[in-house]
Design a protein around this ligand. Structure first.
Ligand code: AMP
Ligand code: MG
Length: 301
């Protein structure tokens, strides 16, 4: 009997969709070189076709085959952080479909640090395009159960690898301009990128100036329940809600906090609360990705 992973790999090769765990969140994967399969990802998620997908690879060599140029900065960043939660945006090679890159001449690449993800890519023998395995604008899934609840029958198979250890989406850095540009922060901080490649520009997030990045929406990563960022436990006076703070109901250290964040929000979202009040985490590099996601989650439509 073929193993689950072998069945999943066969589905990928047939142009079907497989949800799989990575160290960040669960991905909704398809053969990145099959434009029709990739189109199904957008359909199932309800994701606008203007939002590029990250392509997952199992090695630096596999990444380079998808690029027309592999800058020195990419070599350094991948050398230190791959496999890991870091996506590099580089010039794409001709054969990477524009369905994947939303018409851009660049492609976002990442080698995930998760044994099931890596094995799936190796067994498939193709790069796997995968956004988070949730409906557009909803909370990212950090367990197979979250995927089932959100996408259910729309996926051909869900690989269950338990809870994802990092818990928030990858850091995204573009290497196509004069200077590296941080498009999305994550658990690998700007500081850690700068250590390797020098000064990094920062693309604008909600409430900040700067460049707009493709596929970056101010409101994103949101629970349905109103999320408010507060300081000093100043929670809303009206209605029923819960208060989340590091060291109280949430872990005190950034890594464990990130790993727990989406699962906590998924769980609270089902309780019919009027609000979730989240204490603003410290303005320190380790918390930068978490602060970004919380800011986005607190923007109302
Ligand atoms: P998601 O798949 O939802 O985790 O989001 C992937 C993010 O990666 C997008 O929102 C983009 O910001 C970024 N991204 C992926 N590919 C590119 C690209 N070619 N150029 C710029 N940003 C990209
Ligand atoms: Mg997403």
């Amino acid at each position: 009997m073929a193993s689950e992973l072998e069945r999943a790999a066969a589905l990928i090769r047939e142009g079907r969709l497989v949800a799989f765990p990575t160290e960040t969140v669960y991905g909704l994967g398809a053969n990145a070189l099959d434009a029709a399969a990739v189109a199904r990802i957008f359909l199932v998620k309800g994701r606008p076709s203007t939002s590029p997908l990250i392509v997952h690879v199992a090695s630096v060599e596999m990444a380079r085959e998808l690029t027309s140029e592999w800058p020195e900065a990419a070599e350094r960043l991948a050398g230190r952080h791959w496999p890991g939660p870091l996506t590099l945006v580089v010039p794409k090679r001709e054969h990477v479909p524009e369905a994947v890159t939303a018409g851009l001449k660049t492609v976002g690449l990442r080698m995930p640090a998760h044994p099931m993800a890596l094995e799936l890519i190796r067994l498939s023998g193709v790069p796997i395009a995968a956004p988070s395995a949730n409906l557009f604008m909803q909370l990212s899934p950090t367990s197979a159960e979250h995927v089932r609840a959100g996408l259910g029958q729309a996926v051909d198979m869900i690989l269950d690898g338990g809870s994802t250890p990092v818990g928030i989406e990858s850091t995204v850095v573009s290497l196509v301009g004069e200077r590296p540009l941080l498009l999305r922060t994550g658990m690998i901080s700007r500081e850690e990128i700068e250590e390797l490649v020098g000064p990094v520009e920062v693309a604008g997030g909600p409430g900040e100036g700067g460049h707009a990045a493709p596929g970056m929406h101010a409101r994103h990563y949101s629970p349905r329940t109103r999320l408010v960022l507060v300081r000093g436990a100043a929670v809303p006076a009206e209605g029923r809600g819960v208060y989340l703070a590091p060291g109280g109901r949430m872990p005190a250290d950034a890594q464990s906090y990130a790993a727990a964040l989406y699962a906590t929000l998924h769980q609270l979202d089902g309780q019919g609360l009027d609000w979730i009040a989240v204490e603003e985490p410290p303005a320190q590099p380790a918390w930068e990705g978490i602060r970004d996601r919380l800011r986005r989650a607190s923007v109302r439509a």
